[in-house]
Ligand binder design. Structure first.
Ligand SMILES: [Zn+2]
Ligand SMILES: [Zn+2]
Ligand SMILES: [Zn+2]
Length: 259
């Protein structure tokens, strides 16, 4: 078995693709890789499994990928496209099991505000969600995988990307929403086997990396493979991938990577 299997639950930007009411070529595309639900990954290791983010499409993504096991949830930030599937975690709390939730103190504060009913300790009926909050202040372990938070800037929001390492090997870095990546983070993830990075569209955007900016970062990180995610409807899968250099690909919903 691979040390880590990463399944892309979603690869879309906040509105998802197709966009409601849009008649553009990508929104009308018949290529299944052009259907992008809200960005999230499911990670399986030999010891345990977790998701990074639970967006609006979380329930449908779990059904599509037939997810039966989830031992923890890790959040990047509290934008709605990353947290709104939170309540559907309840199925992983059956028989009174608590689900560990990892987030920065800032993101945890938002989760506790938005989902107060889940954190206030009053909902103890069977079948309700039972989160066990863990504020991320530094590296932590899920099974034998080390998760190192990677603080990046995404407009006014502070986002934690994550580096996933096992036995000292940098297996994957996940940077789903970002505009600025500090040099210290580039150093931490340099040479990782897999880089998954925000590449919203070709045009510049105030809070997301575009394709050229993501390529520039990838050139500095020098990963084994680069996968673009958090994509909008301006990037047709097939056509865009054809313009990228070898080793740089466009992720799509349902894609599985092994490291
Ligand atoms: Zn997002
Ligand atoms: Zn469109
Ligand atoms: Zn965001």
């Amino acid at each position: 078995m691979a040390e880590l299997t990463i399944t892309f639950l979603g690869t879309g930007t906040s509105q998802g693709v197709p966009v409601i009411g849009c008649e553009c070529a990508v929104c009308g595309s018949v290529d299944p890789r052009d259907k992008r639900s809200r960005s999230s990954i499911y990670v399986q290791s030999p010891e345990c499994s977790w998701v990074i983010d639970t967006g609006n499409d979380f329930r449908v993504q779990c059904l599509r990928e037939k997810i039966k096991r989830l031992d923890a949830v890790v959040y990047t930030h509290s934008h709605t496209d990353h947290i709104m599937g939170f309540d559907d975690l309840r199925v992983f709390c059956f028989s009174g099991k608590k689900i560990p939730v990892y987030a920065s103190p800032e993101t945890m504060k938002d989760l506790k505000r938005v989902f107060n009913f889940a954190f206030n300790g009053e909902n103890m009926f069977p079948g309700y969600i039972l989160p066990e909050p863990h504020e991320v202040e530094g590296a932590f372990m899920l099974g034998n995988t080390e998760l190192v938070p990677l603080p990046v800037k995404h407009g006014r929001a502070h986002v934690n990307g994550y580096l996933l390492s096992r036995n000292g090997r940098r297996l994957a870095a996940y940077l789903c929403d970002c505009k600025e990546i500090p040099d210290a983070v580039i150093e931490q993830i340099e040479g990782t086997e897999i880089l998954i990075i925000d590449a919203l569209r070709r045009r510049p955007h105030p809070t997301h990396l575009n394709v050229d900016e993501a390529l520039e970062i990838a050139g500095r990180v020098r990963p084994g493979q680069t996968w673009f995610t958090h994509l909008c409807h301006e990037l047709p899968h097939e056509e865009t991938e054809g313009t990228l250099q070898p080793g740089v690909r466009i992720a799509y919903d349902g894609l599985k990577l092994e490291a």
